[in-house]
Ligand binder design. Sequence first.
Ligand code: URA
Length: 425
Amino acid sequence: MSENIAQIVDGVVNGSLKDEDVIVWLHSIFEKGLDQKSTITLTKSMRDSGEVLDWPMEWKHLVVDKHSTGGVGDKVSIILAPALAACGLKVPMISGRGLGHTGGTLDKLESITGFQVDLSIAELKAQVENIGIAMVGQTDSLVPADRRMYALRDITGTISSIPLITSSIVSKKAAEGLAALVLDVKHGRAAFMSKIEDARSLAKSMADASNGMGIATSVVLSTMDQPLGCAVGNALEIVESVETLCGRGPHDLEELVCVQGGILLSASGVACDMEEGALMIHNSLNDGSAFERFLKMVDAQGGNSDDFASDYSMLSSLGLLDEELISTEIYVENKGWIEDIDAMTIALACLELGSGRKSLTDNVDHAVGMIIQAQIGDEVEVGDSLIVIYHRGDLPEGMSESISSAFSLVGEPVEIRSRISEIIR
Ligand code: URA
């Protein structure tokens, strides 16, 4: 079976297998699944279908990354990667674009004027060596097997198979030459997997494959029922990332950054345990070192760190002072405590405004989106601001009402819960 898998992956890459044959194979994995050993073999074969990054002996144990299964307002990577670099780790982060209701790290970064995500492997390696961090898109030379397999899965409805998702995601992370990886697997109404049991199965499969390839891998299972933080929309999420990098972020976002960072600092031996690592990350957000690393990355990748010297220049560089951008505020109609904010309703409205892609070829409008003004647990009075919507032209009919309905209020105080439901190490 193992030899078979390696031969098939070879055939996928060198073109000796026709689309029909690859589709039959993908369908059979989709229908029957794969055991753990074969999933690892598939993942390794896919990793080895292209270039695998190698790093100098002296610091290859410090090379780390994270992966999130995606969510609404999930800007953890943009804060975590510079914070990790500030704490001494090396982060060659290869990310994706947004599709459907979930945002993509690359689209968010591209809101920064001049920021380039298409680096060559040589540029990526030099930047990681020099400043400890690069945040880039996929290159053609890494895991070519996944490009063909993913495209065929997309048109044959075979995306949602745990072994195929595992091998697709983990092979790309393994090709970065990582020593440690943290996976943020979301569950909830706006997550790829709504049920925690399904998220746990995917998490276990990915962690087994990644650990089986020698990468020290842990998983954080976290909820994706409400948007993460207050900002949803590419440029607005960069503003919130900068706030968090300067120690002024919302607590749910900062908690995920500190916990995932703590796990990676402990896995790579820089911190003696996860708690010490989380504190190091927290300190890097409060002493300016994480923000400094972010600014170095902005300069290295074609942006201008001077744009972040004042709020005015930052908002202007991010296109948020564009005169065509209109802001509409929605207010509280009945007093109470905020119990819930439906992430899916917010995400679909942002998609409608143009902040995301309905199909792969759509262009995104980086400036549109929303800032949630009242968080879960807040006590609000009639007339208080609930949310500000940034849009162009008239708001689509019914959108205000729909966004308003995303907020559920109750008549008594609400407990604020951690978004982290489980940590699997
Ligand atoms: N993202 C990937 O890169 N691959 C999958 O299979 C699913 C999500």
